[in-house]
Ligand binder design. Structure first.
Ligand code: NAD
Length: 463
């Protein structure tokens, strides 16, 4: 299909028109009442419950996700977020009274949460439903109008979200715009009241620059290399199971997947057979035949990943197939710090193991690099846990458990430094999508302010 100049300009005008519709809806106050917010959240819940099979099909088409994995990692977490929010929203929105300094008494002060306006949510392809719908929960709960731009790299899920959302949610307040870089670029020229972006740091910078033009606040949910330290004496059977599980979900295309392991040479050697057993236990001796093992999203990412292992000795796995974009769970032991595997986030089922001399070297290895989205420590020693908590910085820490922290709705989810800024989930989402407005009220009588009015003749002696 050829897109003519007129069609392209019509489409771009449509984007501006869509944003204007949302702006008008917000200005009319439609999205502010508590009942509207709850109504939308319940409708979103219904959508997920009624249309589960369509999401399962879409994610199977885009990423070969098994229906169980789709329920567990795409639909389940959003339902969890919805239920938690519906249960607590009233109390989260209650104004919080604060005390005032004696010098201002008598007076009353409180913080009220007001919605920001029109929020743009830009999502990635790896959890293409979850990562646009979970922020949507917070944005609606906080009373905003929302524009969603799902990732074009998961086209079936993007089309499904675009088809279902207007059937369930108020189309005057929630819109979905499909498309890729061109549409995203055009959208970013519009003025929003908040931009919530999930994806890689390069595009994160583009989003932040575009947002700065309008002084729009952003939440940047980015990625990076999340390390796992396996301590000498750790429970290696369980560590291996948990590492393989978190690394193989969605074929490693998970922002909080363990990116690489740090261990002493002896612990690494002892861990390897357990990693091998865990892979076989979960996916059989030929993971290619497992219905529970996903595929790489597209040829470009397949190429990027296979180049890293093509001409080298791997320790476990290593086979791949371009036609189906299958890459076996792969482990490469004894990787050096300057290896290509250690340059960028792997975002695939390849696990390098880097040898260190112990806890201190592991900590300085991590501290010399970008602050990770998550850091995992397998150890039996609380002193080691304490050292990692004190001496490293990361979006989150999982002690003997990778990736699962994002399922705890009372924990903030987000990065720090290169892994992102801002946080969401539960109450943190409502805070992210609200403005905390300060309100001070002072009775006119007694007029204690008179004490500080000029002329300052008397004050001069007191201050
Ligand atoms: P992606 O390529 O789908 O891009 C993300 C979004 O940015 C898409 O909607 C895309 O259309 C848009 N985009 C692309 N180029 C753009 C441009 N020039 N201007 C404006 N928008 C543009 O996804 P991705 O970035 O490959 O996602 C993977 C990355 O996301 C990994 O680094 C991963 O760690 C990170 N991630 C982070 C989280 C988190 O919650 N912190 C979750 C998932 C993924």
């Amino acid at each position: 299909m050829t897109i003519t100049g007129t069609e392209a300009s019509d489409r771009l005008n449509d984007l501006a028109g869509t944003v204007q519709v949302l702006r008008d809806t917000f200005a009319r106050g439609t999205t502010k009442p508590f009942s509207w917010r709850v109504g939308q959240l319940r409708a979103l819940r219904r959508m997920l419950l009624e249309r589960g099979p369509e999401f399962e099909d879409a994610l199977a088409a885009d990423l070969a996700k098994s229906p169980t994995e789709t329920q567990m990692t795409e639909i389940g977490p959003v339902l969890g977020e919805l239920d938690f929010t519906l249960r607590h929203l009233r109390s989260w929105l209650r104004p919080s009274r604060v005390t005032v300094p004696v010098a201002l008494a008598p007076a009353f002060a409180k913080v009220i949460r007001e919605p920001l306006g029109v929020v743009l949510i830009i999502g990635p392809w790896n959890y293409p439903a979850h990562l646009v719908l979970a922020p949507l929960v917070g944005a609606l709960a906080a009373g905003n109008a929302v524009l969603i731009k799902p990732s074009e790299l998961a086209p079936t899920t993007s089309a499904l979200v675009a088809r279902l959302v207007p059937q369930y949610l108020d189309p005057a307040a929630v819109q979905v715009v499909e498309g890729g870089v061109e549409e995203a670029t055009e959208l970013l020229r519009e003025q929003f009241d908040h931009i919530f972006y999930t994806g890689n740091g390069q595009v994160g910078r583009i989003v932040a620059r575009a947002a700065a033009e309008h002084l729009t606040p952003t939440t940047l949910e980015l990625g990076g290399k999340s390390p796992v330290f396996v301590d000498d004496g750790a429970d290696l059977v369980e560590a291996a199971r948990r590492i393989v599980y978190a690394k193989s979900l969605n074929a490693g295309q998970t922002c909080v997947a363990p990116d690489y392991v740090l261990a002493t040479p002896a612990t690494a050697a002892a861990l390897l057979p357990h990693l091998k057993n865990a892979i076989a236990e979960f996916y059989g001796t030929n993971p290619r035949e497992s219905a529970d093992y996903g595929r790489i999203v597209n040829a470009r990412h397949f190429e990027r990943l296979t180049t890293m292992i093509a001409d080298r000795q791997v320790t476990l796995g290593g086979d791949y197939d371009a036609e189906t974009r299958y890459i076996a769970p792969t482990v490469v032991d004894g990787v050096s710090a300057d290896d290509p595997l250690m340059r960028d986030e792997i975002f695939g089922p390849i696990l390098p193991i880097v040898h260190v001399s112990g806890v201190s070297e592991a900590i300085s290895f991590i501290a010399q690099r970008d602050k990770p989205l998550a850091l995992y420590v397998f150890t039996r020693r609380t002193s080691v846990e304490r050292r990692f908590l004190r001496d490293t910085s990361s979006g989150a820490v999982g002690l003997n458990v990778p990736a699962a922290h994002l399922l705890v709705p009372r924990l903030p989810f987000g990065g720090v430094g290169a892994s992102g800024s801002g946080r969401y989930h539960g109450r943190y989402s409502v805070d992210t999508f609200s403005h905390s407005k300060a309100v001070l009220s002072k009775p006119l009588k007694p007029d204690t302010l008179r004490l500080i009015y000029p002329p300052f003749t008397e004050l001069r002696d007191v201050i």
